[in-house]
Design a protein around this ligand. Sequence first.
Ligand code: NAD
Length: 253
Amino acid sequence: MSGARYPALAGRHVVVTGGADGIGAALVEAFCAQQALVTFLDIDDARAAATVERAAAGGTVPHFVHCDVADVPALRSALAEAEARDGAVRVLVNNAANDARHDWREVTPESWDAGLAVNLRHQFFAIQAVADGMAMAGGGSIINFSSISWKLGMGGMPAYTTSKSGVIGLTRSFARDLGPANIRVNAVLPGWIMTRRQRELYLTPEGEEKLLADQCLKRVLMPADVAPLVLFLADDASAACTAQSYVIDGGWI
Ligand SMILES: NC(=O)c1ccc[n+]([C@@H]2O[C@H](COP(=O)([O-])OP(=O)(O)OC[C@H]3O[C@@H](n4cnc5c(N)ncnc54)[C@H](O)[C@@H]3O)[C@@H](O)[C@H]2O)c1
């Protein structure tokens, strides 16, 4: 593997939600390359199988659990199963999300709740489920995925941007409550990261040109660009960092 090595992550139980594709898949690969014990939850079985194969080729074999994180009972039982197998979760990466565009005129109470369930609510319930075990194991690190979209004032997806701003409040609140147990809680705010989904659904030549004009760095960012920041926040190297928001956007906002 290239990049920094974090020996303390070896053998540590890491859970990544939404690890089958995109940034989450890059995180699974990066943690496996650090010899961590990785569990990832997702609904996309086919891409999860491919991620398991790629990650195992460069490190430990990750354990995939099919789980819709918006289904709180299913999320709780997936995390309990993971703890029973690999011990207390020492690193939790709340990464799963769905950035489907939606017109504010067409939002219903049901679609609003569904948007918050997949983009915000599961982060709370995953933390609630693992925090006691993490505390008893001596502490840990929780990394919640937000986004710069709400800071940019992007329209066209209000349930998503509202959720992603809520992630900051969730992060700071849990950092206060869990700090005494040596549990650190931070948020990561990516800019535009060129995952398969972004390329297939949203990227246009004009969009890319505008992005590169707006970013200080004149290249598109890839999922593998995000992984080193998350490894750092997961590892004891960042032992004094909590309650903070880390922007990774090539210098956009
Ligand atoms: N890619 C970007 O430009 C970008 C920008 C800002 C923030 N982010 C944030 O980064 C994180 C990762 O984004 P990404 O672009 O890699 O997303 P992605 O859509 O490429 O991947 C998301 C993964 O989550 C899974 N997932 C979706 N709904 C799920 C559910 N209900 N239960 C379980 N798994 C589910 C998907 O199957 C997929 O594997 C997200 O929190 C996103 O909001 C991404």
